[in-house]
Design a protein around this ligand. Structure first.
Ligand code: ADP
Length: 426
């Protein structure tokens, strides 16, 4: 996997003040086509369709080369506005996906460490996550810009004693808001964007929870071993290494329990060992440490201080909920489970129409009211809702949009009831 010639950090540079357009070219894994040929054909395609309106994806082509070698060409992460590609600066990223799936990080011949999973990036499993996550106010773009700048500064050896910055990101907020997914998506995105600088990406996921499972807390030595393995990955300067530490609050919990004497002091040794090791690996310019936490107050202060980029991730707004539902319904119509296909408007289109009731907008408005009613549900619950609606409230395998929306409405009521019960239990 290689990218177009572009220096790290050029993501934001734009010498002629032209709009910078990012084009991701997904080459089929069995293809043996040369990069330069792919590029020529993609340029020709873009020339043929020079006017686009924001993001756009081609997955079917009217010429043989692209049909044979390329799975998709996508204009990504752009503003929703008409763009004349002839007057834009194009950044073309050409990549193939690794479809090996996760592997466990093996420590010794016969010993596999279940506390860490490991992927080669860009990974087939992470494909599409970035697009599926819906957040407000350019959260995704901001994070991407932050981490890109961080890597740019590292690459240029900026002295972090003079300008304070580091490569530790903390995403915090309620459970099910997509924090882990966002870490994966961000890593995938960066491995594609920076493919000219690093020839591949590594993603190591450490689950703090399993780190403190009984077996593991027996010895801090395993932490050291695990980080030695990570260090080996980092030693390849061609690799961009992402280390995700999920649910860092487990570290704090272990520390507090240890201080209270309810947990062996081993636990605190493990926590300290993790923190020391993190400090070691974060010195390397090709490392990004991503952490998530479901609570903010409880996170170990030692941890919060280490993170430069702290981002709160909350449940989606009404607009966000509408977009999530819309993508679910589009999928169900594509699979012909909701049939026949009906037009649903985007929030933007509804707003432009002033939410006016008409024959064409009727289903979209029902969906909008459903979104309003679903406020407070997490992204995880929202993405599960269409499944629950079908399983519990639809009587036939194939269903009209109108009936499906009614079923969704019932499913939302059920979720809200459950949420209330949960609160009452606490
Ligand atoms: P967390 O780490 O915050 O607990 P996860 O990353 O495990 O959350 O999210 C679980 C699932 O919920 C994701 O796979 C995703 O499908 C869905 N999800 C959560 N938040 C969102 C969101 N804002 N937009 C779209 N999907 C979301």
């Amino acid at each position: 996997m290689e990218g177009d010639r572009m220096e790290v950090g050029n993501l934001k540079q734009n010498p002629n003040n032209l709009v910078n357009v990012h084009v991701e070219v997904h080459v089929k894994s069995q293809s043996t086509a040369k990069q330069s040929d792919v590029r020529t054909h993609v340029m020709a395609l873009l020339n043929r369709h020079s006017m686009v309106f924001g993001n756009y994806k081609w997955s079917e082509f009217d010429e043989d080369f692209l049909s044979k070698h390329v799975a998709s060409v996508a204009i990504v992460d752009s503003e929703r506005q008409p763009m004349d590609l002839k007057n834009c600066s194009l950044s073309i990223y050409i990549f193939t996906l690794n479809d090996d799936g996760p592997s466990m990080l093996s420590l010794e011949e016969e010993e596999e460490l279940s506390a860490a999973n490991h992927w080669l990036l860009p990974a087939a499993e992470f494909h599409g996550i970035w697009e599926s996550l819906v957040y407000e106010n350019g959260v995704k773009k901001q994070l991407l810009d932050y981490v890109s700048t961080t890597l740019f500064f590292s690459d240029k050896n900026v002295d972090s004693n003079l300008i304070a910055w580091n490569r530790v990101v903390l995403l915090h907020g309620p459970p099910g808001t997509g924090k882990t997914s966002l870490c994966k998506a961000l890593s995938q995105k960066l491995s594609i964007r920076l493919s000219n600088r690093y020839s591949y990406g590594q993603f190591v996921e450490i689950n703090s929870h399993s780190l403190f499972s009984k077996w593991f807390s027996e010895s801090g030595k395993l932490v050291t071993k695990m980080f030695q393995k990570i260090q080996q990955l980092i030693d390849d300067k061609e690799a961009l290494v992402f280390v995700l530490i999920d649910e860092v609050e487990s570290l704090t919990a272990a520390r507090t329990a240890s201080q209270a004497g309810t947990e062996p002091s081993d636990a605190i040794r493990v926590v300290n060992s993790v923190l020391t090791q993190l400090d070691q690996i974060k010195r390397h310019p090709n490392v990004v440490i991503l952490t998530t936490s479901n609570v903010t107050e409880k996170i170990d202060l030692a941890f919060v201080d280490r993170a430069d980029i702290k981002q709160y991730i909350g449940p989606p707004s009404e607009q966000g909920i509408y977009n999530i539902y819309l993508s679910c319904l589009e999928e169900l119509m594509k699979c012909q489970i909701v049939y026949p296909r009906q037009q649903l408007f985007t929030v933007f289109e509804l707003e432009t129409m002033g939410f006016a009731e008409s024959e064409v907008s009727v289903h979209s408005l029902v969906l909008w009211r459903l979104a309003l009613k679903s406020k407070g549900l997490s992204g995880r619950v929202l993405r599960k809702l269409p499944f629950l609606a079908h399983a519990l409230f639809v009587k036939t395998p194939i269903v009209t949009l109108e009936s499906f929306l009614e079923a969704m409405d019932q499913a939302v009521d059920k979720q809200m009831e459950e949420k209330k019960d949960m609160v009452n239990c606490v």
